[in-house]
Design a binder for this molecule. Structure first.
Ligand code: HEC
Length: 108
């Protein structure tokens, strides 16, 4: 019983550590190249992340649509400048980044 408790607490410590090691969505946006063209508050080449959150607020199936759009690239929603495809970004990372954008890209 004691051994089991020790194992359980070790497992939860490991969980804590790996959660703390996970990069934040903001860091993922940087490492996936999004911040070359996007900024939270200002339009750069692409629209401001906060403008994207406002535009799609309350739209139920938007998360999947935006993940697909970032993955495959495209134009027309904001103007004629296209966003390039991001085939090298994993769905997991894109899901985290897009969920963060839709939440208003909080800094913490
Ligand atoms: C080379 C510049 C560039 C890079 C890099 C880039 N974007 Fe974009 N992004 C754009 C442009 C331009 C648009 C506007 C496209 C349009 O008008 O449909 C856009 C639009 C978007 C939209 C809104 C799409 C829509 O249909 O409304 C999201 C969400 C988005 N980008 C997320 C990302 C994420 C996440 C990354 C990183 C993985 C990223 N972008 C990287 C240029 C870029």
């Amino acid at each position: 019983m004691k051994k089991l408790l020790i194992l359980l607490s070790l497992a939860s410590i490991c969980n804590l550590v790996s959660a703390a090691d996970e990069p934040s969505p903001a860091a993922l946006a940087g490492s996936n190249g999004c911040l070359i063209c996007h900024n939270a508050n200002q339009k750069l080449v692409g629209p401001a992340f906060k403008a994207i959150a406002e535009k799609y607020q309350g739209q139920a199936d938007i998360q999947q649509k935006l993940v697909a759009k970032v993955k495959n690239g495209g134009a027309g929603a904001w103007g004629k400048i296209p966003m390039p495809a991001h085939p090298e970004s994993t769905d997991e990372n894109l899901n985290k980044i897009v969920a963060w954008i839709l939440k208003g890209s909080p800094t913490n």
